[in-house]
Design a protein around this ligand. Sequence first.
Ligand SMILES: Cc1cc2nc3c(=O)[nH]c(=O)nc-3n(C[C@H](O)[C@H](O)[C@H](O)COP(=O)(O)OP(=O)(O)OC[C@H]3O[C@@H](n4cnc5c(N)ncnc54)[C@H](O)[C@@H]3O)c2cc1C
Length: 447
Amino acid sequence: MTPKFGRGRTIARGEDGFEAALLGTSFNAHDPGRRPALIVQANDEAEVLAAVAQARAAGLAIGICSGGHSWSQNHIRDGGMLLDMSRLDSIAIDAGNSTAIIGPGCLAGDLDAALAKQKLFFPVAHAYTVGMGGFLLQGGFGWNSRATGMACQSVIGIDVVLADGSLVHASETENPQLLWAARGAGPGFFGVVVRFHLKLRPRPRYVGMKAQVFRIRHLEAVMSWADRVGPDVAPFVEFQLVFNRKAMGIFAHGIEILTPVLADSHREARAAVAFIDNSPVRRLASFTLPLLPLSLGMMMKAGERTLFLPNTRWTADSMWMNTPIDPLLPALRRIADTQPGAPSHALWLNWNAPPSRPDMAFSLEARTYLALYGGLRGSTSTPRDESWATDHMRALQADSIGIQLADENLGRRPAAFMAPANLARLDALRAHHDPEGRFNPYMGRVA
Ligand SMILES: Cc1cc2nc3c(=O)[nH]c(=O)nc-3n(C[C@H](O)[C@H](O)[C@H](O)COP(=O)(O)OP(=O)(O)OC[C@H]3O[C@@H](n4cnc5c(N)ncnc54)[C@H](O)[C@@H]3O)c2cc1C
């Protein structure tokens, strides 16, 4: 993402600055080759209303971006209007009522920094520069989300411009079907959100992380152990395993165990990560770091300096799975063997979804999550590197129940992303609120 330079303007394809404005919307440095006819960089709500009216009058389809972190660059389509919401990035915190109203262009890290000053918390995304707009709409796997729920569960209202040009508020009691859809429709939402109303929580008193690193030759032993202990790991511990060709500390192909903890006390946090020190695979580890106090801001920035580098051509793909890990071990070994160089990485995440959630569009999750992030830099990549994430996820399709919209790759590999009944309800809402298809649909759907 390029920094936000001055006031936004409207730029037609062919005009000076169009290419820079378009590609500057995207965290992913890949050029998808798609080109809209027009970019509208909205400065405020009035300009959003004017842009939707203009698109209606001209019969243009609308693509929207806030932080531009869609791996698939969902907002960049051929033809139509691209509505860039990144300048609507306000943050207004009401500490007395534990609520906040934010613009969709507000960044995860900026919101967290503002909340930290008031000892408040919201489960923002794990990387500093992720836009809250797209993050909240797809569900939002934020910090501590296993304990606090999906971030969208803490969205208590939205202000949205619909296809008919009206600006409406939606909450549990007012237009509740729009709030239902905004909690999980992600890149298939049928309106422009200009504000999110959030419920805040007290900030956890202890934030830290424990890490352990293994050589990749121990993959089978480490993954089998992690899969076995995952269900017993406390919900306020994020238990993540990352395959990395330049693993932390060993600078060689390895598996990083990264366990951020957001707890009430250091003692509680230490007890919750003790399973790593006591594990049967600990003697295979190259090293183990003690539990270290770290701020969320530090962890967010560190992630973007190590795993999620900008100026990189990314392809991400993902799968939810309920199957035990044993039959998947050969596939995980193939993923590691063919993994391109850093910053490409594979993430295995212990999730163990709760038995039920409130009724909302977000409706697909499972025991474990596997995501591949192919990140290429320079011009030396091979076609196999380019399609590493997509190819391996396609090969594992039979073991998966679907994907996360956070890491969707629907344009290249359509897959299930919502429970069928929820998708049918979302389709009906879209047909009602956007009968002419003003807002771009998902880039791909399974039949
Ligand atoms: C480095 C990195 C780290 C990430 N970490 C996490 C994480 O920890 N947890 C997680 O859940 N996800 C994570 N993601 C995924 C991320 O949440 C999604 O890609 C999300 O869509 C990004 O939001 P955005 O506003 O930045 O993206 P955008 O690309 O701007 O938006 C994505 C899509 O959302 C829709 N949209 C955006 N804004 C609006 C709006 N105002 N009104 C209506 N529709 C809109 C559009 O369809 C758009 O194409 C990460 C992604 C990256 C690149």
